[in-house]
Design a protein around this ligand. Structure first.
Ligand SMILES: [Zn+2]
Length: 80
């Protein structure tokens, strides 16, 4: 992770995401982002749907209206 810019927070709490950051992770107008925090930091990530079983947000597919990751899908196929 590297510093990519400094922005001032508006009175409303809004702040613009630097164009370079949006371009780097392919965030476009109307895309959703997700915020994570720890004691001193806020991290912004491109929003990805989460698996309805394990909450993983990588390699998730829509199966019969439910978001399921590949690991859980393989587990279901094996009867685990
Ligand atoms: Zn899963």
């Amino acid at each position: 992770m590297r510093a990519i810019g400094v922005r001032r927070i508006e009175l409303s709490g809004r702040f613009p995401l630097p164009k370079e950051a949006r371009k780097e992770i392919s965030i476009n107008h109307e895309d959703r982002v997700e915020f994570f925090t720890d004691e001193d930091n806020i991290m912004v990530m491109k929003y990805r749907e989460r698996c309805c079983i394990c909450e993983e947000n990588f390699d998730v597919k829509l199966i019969k209206g439910k978001q399921v990751c590949n690991d859980c899908l393989e587990g279901i196929k094996k009867g685990c």
